[in-house]
Each structure stands twice: as C-alpha cells, then as structure tokens.
Design a protein around this ligand. Structure first.
Ligand code: KET
Length: 461
C-alpha cells in the first residue's frame, strides 16, 4: 500500500479501477502530485507524510456495513451495560440458579475430575468426533434398544453444538437435495433462518402460533405442511418449542406424522431441550422416537448446551436415521466430507463430559436428578408468575396460557412496543418478540415481573 501513496494519484490504475477510491481522492485533494513534480525535498516529505496519513484512514473494507446485533445474544450485551438494580436478564435461554447465578452441574464437575485423573490427552479427534460420545448421544436420543441403532441405520457425527449440527445438516441438504426446501415454524428460533440462508437452502414458513389463543394453530400447521412441495424437509422442535413453549400433543404428533408420510416429506428435528421440558429424557424424545418407529428417515440435531449446561463447550450432534445401514454409512461419509473443510474435527472436552456422564450409571442417574431439579425450578417460577399475574391483574384477562407452555421460555404475547417498555421502563431485558426466559427468573422476582408485564400489556399498545 505504501508504494501506492508514493506513486502519485495518476499512476495508480489498480487503486482507481472499479469503485471510487478514497486514497486516490485524498491524495489528489492535497495537491501532492504537483508538489512532488517540482522536486522540493521538504515538500516531498510533507507529501509522503500526508499521503501516508490519508492512507491510514482508508480500508479496503470501507463499504462493509455494520451488522445488526443478534436479537438474542445482543440482549445480554445491553443487560450488562444497564446499571439499574432491579434489572433482569430474561433474554438468552440459559439456566440460572434461584440466586440468578450461572450453574455448572455437579455431574459435569465430577466428570471433569475423572477426566483429569485419567490424564486424557489432547490429540485430534476423528472428523466424526469421539466414538464414545456418538454412541451415547444416539442412544440417549433414540433409546439404546431402538431398532435403528441395533441395525446400524443411524449416521451420527459430533457437531459444534446444536447450531453447528443444524448447519452441517443444512450443508448436506444443499448438496444432496438441492431442489428441496425446508419448512420452518412461524415463529421459530431466529437462527434457523440464518443457518438455512447461509447454507443456500430455500425455506418458507408454516403456521404454528395462534395469537388469539396464545396456543398452537394446528389446522394452519397441517394445511401448510400439506401444501408444501412433496419431499420437503419439515423442521420440527423435538420438545419445548422455542420461542412459544407450545408443543403438539401426542395425538397431534401422530397426525403430523401422517401428513409427512402422505407427502413424502422428511422430518428434521431440532432437539435442544431434551430433559428440560418435562424433566424426563425419554418423555422429551417422544416425538423423534415416534417418527423413527414409523420408519421415516429422520434428521435430528442435538445440543447439550441446556440439559448439561455445556453452553460454551459447543457439544452436540447430527444424527441421520436412514432406511438401511448401507445408506447410513454413505450419508455419514458425506457429512464428514462436509465437516472437514469447515473445521477439520470437533473439540473433545464436551464430548468426553457427555460420554462420561451417560456412560457411568451413577453419574447418569445423578444427571437425571439434577435435570429434574432444573426443570422443576422453572416450573415453580412459571406457576408463581401465573399466580402473581392472576392476583394482580384485575382486568379479568386469562393468563393461564403461561401454565400450558413448557420448557425454558414463556411467550407472553407482548408486542414489540410492549416488550420495549419492559426493558426501557422496567429494566427487564427480553427479546422483542415477547419471549421471556423463565430459566433466568427467580421466585423472588416474579412479583416485580408481573407488575412490569401488567403495566406493559395494559398501558402500551
Ligand atoms: N435450537 C434451538 C431451538 C435453540 O433454542 C438453540 C439455542 C439452539 C438450537 C442452539 O443452541 P447451541 O448452543 O448451539 O446448542 N437457543 C438459545 C441461545 C441462542 O440463541 O443462541 C436461545 O434461544 O436463547
């Protein structure tokens, strides 16, 4: 770049080609070309100093626009900057204790201690990840005695948590089913759209949430899935739908499976909350197991961010249940082929934690107890919030939808301006779609939150 500054404005076709170049413009404005031609040393030095100064201000990335903050993770940044004592962070779905502190599960600490004692090394993992983890994760999802596992029809590849696993599956769809689109629920976890956009997979939405009932628009959902081109991928939340907290009933799941079968669609499950919705790993895997039982080929992305609290370890998996072991082998080989140029191979730490917890009967039962406790705390907070809202709100509004929702979140039905009022007036940090993370709420704060919700709901429109 320095030679560009010395070589005078006119001598820089490279710099001038294409879009207007600010370096060239800046030098020309200083009159440097004329000064340097006269050969005055002092002035030439001045030119060089000025030109370099101008050059420093210029970047080839000048036209790169500022990206908008993430609608979920950006909320935590705003929360950290807030100095009000009553502030509450109900934005990101991350579990907090009753004292609103982050929580490292005891089983995780124990598994880490075991790992240290064993003196595990830090060698690269294979592209597909840690074998013991892949086995444990598929068994946890489908049940160890599931026919698909017994007959080796499941292609499992360790992924960079739920997000990375979804992204890998999206890359697979883009490469091997380029004519298919993905249907996602309206609304859904915001990153789904980014994932499919970046993978070049076309998507559209199916109706899911009914604002009138703050419940499931089942008829709309079925109609939209029916109307999608045959052979579409239907993205479904395995349990604890994010952001609504509204799940289909077992009967509705059966009906959804009927329609997918009729249309030759492929179910693509996002399972980020197994064990967190009901407190039971098996109960929360009901939907996935139903489709596997009915012999669908199924995609399932799994995450251990929430149920084992391993948010920053980035541990999860993509499982593709196939119709034969031969297909599963080939699918797995292609998933590895897609993963390798992206990140070569996945990190080992979280994988070892999961493998140790699931593989050790004592740790496994301790984990289930801790998960039940976490899910139980969220349920208690949900109930307390409902009680406070019903007692305080004299308008007769029915808040019971909060009790019908499950998982970490409640979709309050507050619109954007009402949600903004929650933050601006009450210092309650939440996403603008009206979602609150009950995992970030304590029993003690329910009273304050109920006041904030009632004020925002009735006084802001
Ligand atoms: N799927 C769903 C439905 C989901 O809510 C999340 C995270 C993920 C996948 C990905 O999680 P990962 O940590 O990559 O395994 N949701 C929370 C955090 C976030 O937005 O990143 C949230 O909704 O708050």
């Amino acid at each position: 770049m320095a030679s560009l500054a010395f070589s005078s404005t006119s001598a820089s076709p490279v710099a001038l080609r294409g879009r207007p170049n600010k370096l060239a413009t800046g030098v020309a404005q200083s009159g440097a070309c004329h000064v340097s031609a006269r050969g005055s040393d002092r002035k030439a030095r001045l030119f060089i100093t000025r030109a370099v100064a101008v050059e420093k201000k210029v970047s080839r990335f000048e036209d790169v626009a500022m990206a908008p903050p993430d609608p979920i993770l950006g909320v935590s940044e705003a929360f950290r900057a807030c100095t009000n004592e009553s502030k509450l962070n109900l934005g990101v779905g991350a579990y907090r204790t009753e004292d609103l502190q982050p929580y490292v599960l005891n089983v995780v600490k124990k598994a880490e201690k075991l790992m240290l004692e064993k003196g595990e090394n830090k060698e690269y993992l294979p592209i597909e990840g840690l074998a013991a983890f892949n086995k444990a994760t598929a068994e946890l999802l489908l049940g160890a005695d599931n026919h698909s596992i017994q007959s080796q029809r499941v292609a499992t590849v360790q992924g960079l948590s739920g997000t990375g696993s979804l992204r890998l599956a999206a890359a697979f769809i883009n490469r091997y089913c380029p004519d298919s689109k993905v249907l996602i629920s309206s609304p859904t976890w915001g990153n789904h759209k980014n994932i499919f956009n970046d993978a070049g997979v076309p998507w559209s939405e199916y109706r899911y949430y009914d604002p009138k009932t703050v419940g499931l628009d089942f008829e709309g959902m079925i109609a939209d899935i029916k109307a999608a081109p045959s052979g579409s991928f239907i993205l479904l939340h395995g349990c604890a739908h994010n952001p609504t907290g509204i799940d289909p009933t077992p009967e509705q799941w059966t009906k959804i499976a009927d329609v997918l079968e009729e249309k030759g669609h492929t179910p693509f499950f996002d399972v980020a909350y197994q064990g967190f919705a009901s407190g039971s790993l098996d109960e929360d895997a009901f939907s996935v197991r139903l489709f596997v039982e009915r012999r669908f080929e199924v995609f399932v992305a799994q995450s251990y961010s929430k149920n084992l609290g391993l948010y920053s370890e980035r541990i999860g998996a993509i499982n593709v249940v196939c119709s034969s072991s031969d297909v599963a082998n080939r699918v797995k080989s292609q998933l590895k082929r897609l993963a390798q140029p992206m990140y070569s191979n996945p990190p080992v730490h979280g994988a070892r934690i999961v493998a140790n917890v699931v593989g050790d009967p004592n740790l496994f039962s301790e984990w289930k107890a801790e998960m039940e406790e976490m899910a139980g705390r969220i349920k208690n907070v949900r109930k307390r919030l409902y009680d406070n809202l019903s007692q305080k709100d004299k308008s007769g509004k029915d808040w019971s939808f909060i009790l019908r929702q499950i998982g970490m979140f409640s979709y309050t039905g507050l619109n954007t301006s009402q949600s903004e009022n929650m933050t601006n007036k009450w210092h309650v940090y939440m996403t603008k779609d009206g979602r609150i993370s009950l995992a970030g709420l304590s029993l003690a704060k329910c009273d304050y939150l109920a006041d904030a919700i009632i004020d925002s709901y009735h006084n802001v429109h």
